[in-house]
Design a protein. Sequence first.
Length: 530
Amino acid sequence: MPATTLPEILALQAATRPQALAIVDGANSTTYQQLAAAADRVTQALLADGVQAGERIAVLAHDAAHWFAVAFGVAAAGAVLLPLNWRLGAAELAFQIEDAGVRRWFVGTELAARADEVEGLCPGLGERIQFGDEPSAAAVGRVRLGTFSRWLAAAPSSEPSVAARPSIAAEQPAVQMYTSGTTGRPKGVVLAHRSFVAVRRALRAAGDPWLDWSPRDRSLLAVPAFHIGGFWWAMTAFDEGACTVLVPQFAGWRVLATIAAEHITKAFLVPAMLQICLSEPDCKHTDFSSLDTIVYGGSPIPRPNLEAAMRTFGCRFAQIYGLTETGNTAVCLRPDDHRRPELFEAAGRPYPGVAITIVDGDGQPLPTGAIGEICIASPANMLEYWRRPEATAATLRAGVVHTGDAGFLDAEGYVHVCDRIKDMICSAGENVYPAEIESVLCGHPAVAEAAVIGVPDPRWGELAKAIVVLRPGAVADAAALLAHVRGQLAHFKVPRSVDFVASLPRTPSGKIQKHVLREPFWAGHRRRVN
């Protein structure tokens, strides 16, 4: 019987392949039996502590076996996991904790100092359970303190009775993840247990092999599990009974070394990670013979960068598209699709059980080829934005997520993502989508990265401006780059100016923070459209 909830995923693997490796973290290895036993002790300890159904429990720690033991244990206790982005500052973390009403949290020793700051801002936090060393003296008096091992040791040693264990359903909330917050305050996306299994169930029901997952796979987790892509990727591997190899903190050289040393077969990387790996000096000498598939997603990838990655890694590639609000992936450009270069700029086609529609500003369906808002009906769609009914109603309508992404469907049913609707530039009445221009710019041999934004213009309303990062040692001026774009795109799409920068600002998940790039040009404008 296939699993329908997170606890069932782990229980099934522990029962069928108890001695198989679930997690490899450096020199440490954890079997499915060991992971299930640790998760069970977390559940027992939480129930003994009086955890309430639906209570939000946060984790601030780098990925490790104990991180996932807590994730599964929290789910089995009927609570909701709040994975915290450890790259955020104390005030940003405090907002999420207060917004979610967190009363207890798990903290990694490596982030204890940050936790001290957060607790000073969050009077509602009553308990810290710290992995590894004792909590610092700075937190004494504010919270109930304890180490993870001591907390587990104090829990009942016998398994809770069936009556004591809550019944977990696929529709119950399991995880709350905050959107990256590139504009405004982040919103808590509430995802049910089904969000992490429903698409897999639909694939299996359709007899669709998708990426040919197998219990023999060794899966690289380099995208942090606090991100929807990382959490989803880990649960996909666990659902298959594969081994997940952790890279707790991304570095290009570390990923390359891990692929070779751990004989990785499947990896999930965002485009920025791929680009960093390709730029590592050791990349050309790395043994990629074990690699079967690289899955990429999270942001658009320029065609030249994709082609370079395919040549270098020499394995199958698959692109995924989706949002936190859709439980991550809803669309996939399969490995076979990557044999058709004309599809490289497509996001892919929806999975079995997922429907895509393109609508205009009034919510009416648009014909094939017409650009509008991409809407996704998926069995993995979110339950709601936590305590934001108006935002929920605006995004989730009749079970369909309105993505805020602009795109179109072609005649074969492939989804093409043009850009975020909010990033669209309206110049002299023409809609200009930056991603198209960025892809052309990145095709220039001197360009490493590019972002295109709209800046106010008194005559045309808005004009496109390119922000460019050149490759190391490369030389190019604005005139050369604009001529390159002019040779491939319509005149109205050509940027009117180019700024050169050393790097582009990004969110922790690798997305370019275009609001940061826009701010100097829109400061003083009451409205951010012109």
